[in-house]
Design a protein around this ligand. Structure first.
Ligand SMILES: N[C@@H](CCC(=O)N[C@@H](CS)C(=O)NCC(=O)O)C(=O)O
Length: 216
């Protein structure tokens, strides 16, 4: 049985929950509270699992893994059906590039430790932090919209007619964008894909509100 360490509000954990659900894989879950006691992700026991002190992390027998994109690809390799990536090498690279736009270039700027540091080191209040997120998420998602628009878009999802790696990364990022008050009027394709995904149980059941550790 796979053991998954996450947190209801973590968008990287949200990606993995969608991936588990799409594959129909059950897992044991431990909640790592990112704010309690200075952040449980910083406790030595969790750092032994992931020295970065970030969720998610995964354990399968003696095998441990961090980094949500690596985890999603590991799941895809371990349980190939349904596939998350196209077979064609060029298309596969494009989907990975899209996922990395979100995971490498957008998400890190909204991360809890970054926002905490803006407050601690520069005195940024909540309104300033929201403005920071709106700036970087807005810019990043505008670029994602342009990439998806280049697909000559008739498909229901980012790259075609089945949900995959790109959609797994997109949905939590749009969720965060709503949370931080990002103006999404200029990203109609992405928001349409987000809404389409909400109708699928694999995505809907992965939402933060449905997790056992949710807090209101
Ligand atoms: N690139 C990593 C990022 C992981 C990450 O930043 N996780 C966030 C939650 S989404 C976290 O644990 N933040 C805790 C902190 O900032 O202290 C991944 O994709 O797994």
């Amino acid at each position: 049985m796979i053991h998954f360490y996450g947190y209801f509000r973590s968008s990287c954990a949200y990606r993995c929950r969608i991936a588990f659900n799409l594959k129909g894989i059950e897992y044991d879950f431990t909640s790592v509270h990112l704010r309690r006691n200075g952040g449980e992700q910083n406790a030595p026991a969790f750092r032994a699992l992931n020295p970065q002190g970030l969720v998610p992390a995964l354990k399968a027998g003696d095998f441990t893994l961090n980094q949500s994109l690596a985890m999603i690809e590991w799941l895809d390799d371990t349980y190939p059906d349904p596939p998350f990536l196209p077979a064609d090498k060029d298309e596969k690279a494009m989907v990975r590039a899209f996922a990395q736009m979100i995971a490498c270039d957008i998400h890190p700027l909204q991360n809890l430790r970054v926002l905490q540091y803006l407050g601690d080191a520069f005195g940024a209040d909540q309104a300033s932090k929201d403005k920071w997120c709106q700036r970087w998420l807005g810019d990043g998602l505008a670029a994602c919209e342009a990439v998806v628009a280049q697909q000559d878009h008739g498909g229901a999802f980012c790259f075609g007619d089945a949900p995959g790696f790109a959609d797994i990364c997109l949905v939590p990022q749009i969720f965060s964008a709503y949370r931080f008050g990002v103006d999404l009027t200029e990203t109609p394709i992405l928001t349409r894909i987000y809404e389409t995904c909400q109708d699928l149980p694999a995505f809907a059941n992965a939402s933060p509100a449905k997790q056992p550790d949710v807090e209101t």
